[in-house]
Design a binder for this molecule. Structure first.
Ligand SMILES: Cc1ncc(COP(=O)(O)O)c(C=O)c1O
Length: 399
């Protein structure tokens, strides 16, 4: 139901537009029969974990798809980041953006490495290479770039800074499966890259992730570290953890892979529907994906310029949530505003003006296979309605 006056808003007691919650990143499910057949195979084999045949098949297929030499499947991207940072020998300080999911920072802190937050480029939302060099100290050992929303970091500049200062370079590519930079798949940049196949990612293995690299030595190290540091039976050569991907996750990963093109097509259509639905609303900008690159279009991200709309991002969130549209304020409030970083670096925000600004205006809208053109049309019309009627809505809230 479209709203014709503010009394009809669910915020003011009206009936919500949607009966069911519309989520950001509701899991995509591929071919159910295929998945169940794989699970049956797995049960028949009695091989449930420990580098089983599905894990090996998934690794091989992913490496082929990404055009990298090695793919090491892991139980999730957070553990993958930890293993990756340790395999690279990172210690002391590592430079990364604060505008990322908390796991990027936690993985470092978990290893006793100090995350040093760098500001982002307001246009790309990615770490600003121009600001990285200022943060390098004698304790810096590496740079962790994050391809936010699947849009690649400025890899060339980051690589030359890393080279110049003798730093190791890795990427958190949790958002970027299926995306390219200058036609080359993300997965082979830096010394290694880390993907997430969490349920909310467009390609999922329930929980899961992978580290990809073209470096043979690193790959061997990563494989060992994923498996408690074992190198053969009864022989532990390094400190390791349990980062293994289970067979059931790999079965889901293989099944997701078969439907991936379809998921991307749905996401792309949704992106185009949002793009036309939001077209012409002053103060609302949908982030752009280069048509020259491959994108997974999983992230429908808008920036709300309150100076133009009059409507704050947070009031829009309240309005949307009341209508059962679970829009999310990623990455609010920024890693530097969360513990333990907020206490460890109380002045960090002074050096992160663009990050601070973005965390106040960015909003992610529902997409994926659970959302179609009709829902998107309703959401866009609701946003338009909220902005047009902002003064009346605010006055009613203040009354
Ligand atoms: C940028 C980024 N890094 C890391 C992660 C952690 O991934 P996982 O949930 O697989 O541990 C996420 C998950 O959402 C993410 O968005």
């Amino acid at each position: 139901m479209y709203k014709t006056n503010i009394n009809e808003l669910a915020l003011f007691g009206g009936t919500p537009i949607f009966n069911e919650l519309l989520h950001v990143g509701r899991p995509n499910i591929g071919n159910r029969e295929q998945l169940l057949a794989r699970i049956n195979d797995m049960l028949d084999r009695h091989w449930l974990s420990n580098n089983g045949p599905f894990v090996q098949e998934l690794e091989q297929k992913l490496a082929g798809y990404l055009g990298v030499k090695h793919c090491i499947a892991v139980c999730n991207a957070t553990v993958a980041l930890e293993i990756a940072a340790r395999a690279l020998g990172l210690q002391g300080e590592v430079i990364l953006p604060s505008f990322t999911f908390i796991a990027s920072a936690h993985a470092l802190q978990w290893l006793g490495i100090t995350p040093v937050f760098c500001d982002v480029d307001p246009l790309t939302h990615n770490i600003d290479p121009m600001k990285v060099e200022n943060l390098i100290t004698q304790h810096t050992t590496g740079i962790l770039g994050v391809h936010v929303w699947g849009r690649a970091c400025h890899i060339e500049k980051l690589s030359s800074i890393a080279k110049k200062h003798g730093l190791r370079l890795m990427f958190d590519a949790a958002h970027a499966f299926g995306c390219t930079l200058q036609g080359k798949m993300i997965g082979g940049f830096g010394e290694l890259e880390v993907f997430s196949f969490h349920a909310t990612k467009f390609f999922n293995s329930f929980e899961g992730g992978a580290v990809t690299t073209n470096n043979d030595e690193l790959a061997e190290k990563l494989r060992g570290m994923r498996n408690f540091g074992f190198a053969g039976l009864d022989n532990v050569i390094d400190i390791g953890t349990n980062g293994k991907m289970s067979e059931v996750s790999a079965a889901m990963g293989l099944t997701s892979l078969e439907s991936m093109d379809q998921f991307i097509e749905t996401n792309h259509n949704n992106y185009l529907a949002y793009s036309s639905g939001l077209d012409g609303i002053s103060g609302i900008q949908l982030i752009k994906y280069s048509e020259k690159e491959k994108n997974n279009y999983q992230y429908i991200v808008i920036e709300i310029d309150e100076g133009v709309t009059g409507l704050s991002r947070d009031l829009l969130v309240k309005i949307l949530h009341a209508e059962n549209v679970r829009a999310r304020r990623y990455f609010y409030p920024g890693c530097h505003q969360m513990e333990p970083y907020r206490s460890n670096f109380p002045n960090a925000k002074l050096t992160l003006p663009e990050t601070e600004n973005l965390t106040l205006k960015v909003l992610q809208l529902p997409s994926g296979t659970a959302v179609g053109e009709e829902e998107i049309s309703y959401i866009c019309k609701l946003i338009r309605f909220a902005i047009v009627n902002e003064a009346e809505i605010s006055a009613r809230l203040e009354a």
